[in-house]
Design a protein around this ligand. Structure first.
Ligand SMILES: Cc1cc2nc3c(=O)[nH]c(=O)nc-3n(C[C@H](O)[C@H](O)[C@H](O)COP(=O)(O)OP(=O)(O)OC[C@H]3O[C@@H](n4cnc5c(N)ncnc54)[C@H](O)[C@@H]3O)c2cc1C
Length: 480
């Protein structure tokens, strides 16, 4: 008998879940009908690409990572391999703001771990005391207990305050739009505490991992750079997935309000503002706070755990300038801004330098990030005021003389789950509570990774688990 599965949320997590179910249906091992419910009038969630004035604007994400393979594998299955593009070669240079000016981050700095002594010694980013402190890292004893720790505490303890303020906060805290004093290391960068445990040092651990990666890449002929994008923007991925769906799968404008279990019918009822739908199983990919709202009457304890995951808000500001109006050579992927510099911008991507085909030759396209957990009040202002502050920083840092030819602000309220200390314990409790409902799965950015690759993995894993549960149920029914 055909089983009906409802996927809630049309961001990349929900799309990946619905797509995997469609693939499983086509294998013929189980007969499935899939419905995807999305509140807004478009699919993709925070993934959005705009084409205007010969520019390709990424309003949200601009790339995905390849060392977590789920997104790359999905692109391969969708026939997108030929359309994946690597960043252009700028020597992978990334700048940071130091005492009001742009300075290159020392080569070989991997998130928090310096791997090249020479470039750190030459860098003006750190004082001599800071450089010595960093060099002593291999001698710092391991932490005796292996409980969770904040990013700030770990980096201060192992590498010193300057590495935290100048590198780890803007790079790692920036990815999560988070406060490093509360950000959980176990949930965001588990490989670093693991290096401390196994190698006694993140510097030695990182060097050994690099050597191993280089060897493996040589042996396997690894094809992709660490990050990839798509020639006509990340929204191509959304369209390709949607094209693979049967007609009628997607229902836009359906805001899910409540999810309830009908023990008599052994099925789920999903209430939206417009309709009530019945299903054999549900995959909910909503942000945790929205999932909490939908599940509140089903299980208050589960809803309470979901509600407790905080979120921060960000905005991107895409700006196009005449190249000749910018004094800086723009010879890198962009810059990050340490919070101690007291600027409004968190980071800026030199979009037209990073990926080919984003702007005509005589235009520089720049994308700035603002807000996050450290500067939430910035987003309380209207767009014009926010744009003026972003421009003031940008124009001072890059030596820009003219006005932008385009300025596009996109707000992402409550978009970034904050994986605070103890997050993985909470996720463990959520998993345990979900054991009561074998035909309900939660997936998406709120739990085990915010990147697109993590979200694809979580959506696909949920789809496979739910299909397997339904298959077991069917065979049990068939036997009885
Ligand atoms: C500005 C920005 C830049 C980023 N850059 C990168 C990057 O370069 N690389 C990378 O890997 N990651 C990046 N990320 C992170 C990554 O893009 C996201 O974490 C990921 O896309 C989230 O996908 P999702 O499906 O879990 O959630 P979302 O994209 O938030 O999707 C959730 C969906 O649920 C819908 N919804 C909400 N409530 C309801 C309801 N009640 N009923 C029905 N539908 C509902 C929403 O409308 C939305 O479509 C970035 C994120 C942001 C915000």
């Amino acid at each position: 008998m055909t089983k009906h599965i409802i996927v809630i949320g049309g961001g990349i997590s929900g799309l990946a879940a619905a797509h995997r179910l469609t693939e499983l249906n086509r294998t013929g091992s189980i007969e499935l009908r899939v419905t995807l419910l999305e509140a807004s009038d478009r699919l993709g969630g925070v993934i959005a690409t705009e084409h205007t004035e010969n520019l390709l604007l990424e309003l949200g994400p601009d790339s995905c990572i390849t060392d977590k393979p789920a997104a790359l594998r999905l692109c391969e299955r969708l026939g997108l391999t030929d359309r994946l593009i690597a960043p252009q070669d700028t020597g992978s240079k990334l700048y940071t703001v130091h005492r009001g000016a742009l300075e290159p981050l020392p080569e070989g700095f991997l998130l928090m771990a310096p791997t090249r002594v020479g470039s750190v010694l030459r860098s003006p980013l750190f004082s001599w005391a800071g450089k010595v402190r960093m060099g002593l890292e291999p001698l710092i004893p391991r932490r005796p207990d292996d409980g969770d720790e904040s990013l700030a505490s770990f980096v201060r303890r192992r590498l010193g305050r300057e590495v935290l303020e100048r590198v780890a906060q803007p790079l790692i805290g920036g990815i999560h739009a988070s406060d490093p004093e509360t950000l959980s290391l176990a949930a965001t960068m588990p490989r670093f505490p693991e290096m401390e445990r196994t190698h006694g040092s993140v510097i030695l651990g990182t060097r050994r991992a690099q050597k191993h990666r280089a060897q493996t890449a040589d042996e396997t002929g690894a094809r992709w750079s660490l990050f990839v994008s798509i020639d006509r923007g990340m929204e191509v991925l959304v369209r390709r997935i949607t094209d693979a769906f049967d007609p009628g799968v997607v229902r836009l404008g359906e805001t899910v309000r409540e999810l309830s279990w009908n023990p008599g019918a052994r099925g789920w009822r999903v209430e939206t503002g417009r309709a009530g739908l019945e299903a054999d199983a549900v995959i909910c990919t909503l942000p945790a706070f929205a999932a909490a709202g939908a599940l509140a009457t089903l299980d208050a304890e589960l809803a309470g755990e979901l509600e407790a995951i905080p979120f921060s808000s960000t905005a991107t500001v895409n700006l196009a300038y005449r190249r000749s109006d910018i004094a800086h050579p723009l010879d890198g992927y962009g810059f990050v801004v340490p919070h101690v510099e007291r600027r409004k911008i968190m980071a800026c991507t030199f979009s037209s330098v990073k990926y080919a085909g984003r702007a005509p030759e005589d235009i520089a396209l720049l994308r700035c990030f603002a807000g996050g957990a450290l500067q939430p009040a910035l987003l309380d202002q209207p767009d014009e005021a926010l744009e003026a502050q972003v421009r003031e920083d940008l124009e001072a840092l890059l030596g820009i003389s003219g006005a932008p030819t385009l300025c596009r602000t996109t707000r992402y309220p409550d978009c970034m789950p904050q994986y605070n200390i103890g997050h993985m314990d909470r996720v463990g409790r959520i998993d345990a509570l979900l054991d009561r409902f074998p035909t309900l799965a939660l997936a998406g950015k709120s739990y085990r990774g915010v990147g697109i690759a993590d979200c694809v993995h979580s959506g696909e894993t949920a789809a496979e688990r739910i299909a397997a549960t339904l298959m077991q149920g069917s065979s049990r029914q068939a036997l009885s």
